[in-house]
Design a protein around this ligand. Structure first.
Ligand code: RB5
Length: 149
């Protein structure tokens, strides 16, 4: 079980706002402290404005893990992965949430706020937080990710 004294940052646009509010409530009930990077309403916004600050904080080593959402999960994930120290995985099932930790050592989970049931999203977050990187054959693969040609 992950150490609940870590602070968990969350960020979304309007497409992920309702899911973010749901996950924050669940995380707080579970005993986690969260840092909410916004957005703070359903009003239409540009997802990079909210994802960049969280992703930079992960890249800077301020937080070990982050949780991001937009409508599809794609814009949020693409933005976060611009940072060298970020490995953000797009997930829509519990199995994928486990695999991005086991195989990819992901430090951010990106969830499609408009396409995933909220209770499934909560299960995904718990699995993401409680699964350790497998290492082994995946270590080399993960190290090669940043070695662009
Ligand atoms: C917003 O309508 C939507 O485009 C955004 O949430 C996201 O799905 C983009 O990738």
């Amino acid at each position: 079980m992950i150490d609940k004294s870590i602070i968990l940052p969350l960020a979304s646009d309007h497409g992920g706002f309702a899911m973010k509010a749901f996950l924050i409530k669940k995380l707080q009930e579970e005993g986690f402290t969260v840092k909410d990077y916004g957005t703070f309403s359903e009003e239409s916004v540009d997802y990079p404005d909210f994802i960049h600050p969280l992703a930079k904080a992960i890249d800077d080593g301020v937080f070990p893990f982050g949780i991001i959402m937009c409508g599809s999960g794609n814009g949020a994930q693409i933005t976060a992965n611009k940072y060298a120290g970020v490995r953000a995985g797009l997930c829509w099932s519990v199995e994928q949430a486990e695999l991005i930790r086991l195989h990819n050592n992901a430090n951010i989970i990106s969830i499609p706020g408009r396409f995933v049931d909220f209770e499934i999203a909560w299960k995904m977050v718990k699995v993401f937080l409680n699964t350790k990187f497998e290492g082994g054959r995946h270590q080399n693969r993960v190290e090669k990710i940043s070695k662009t040609l």
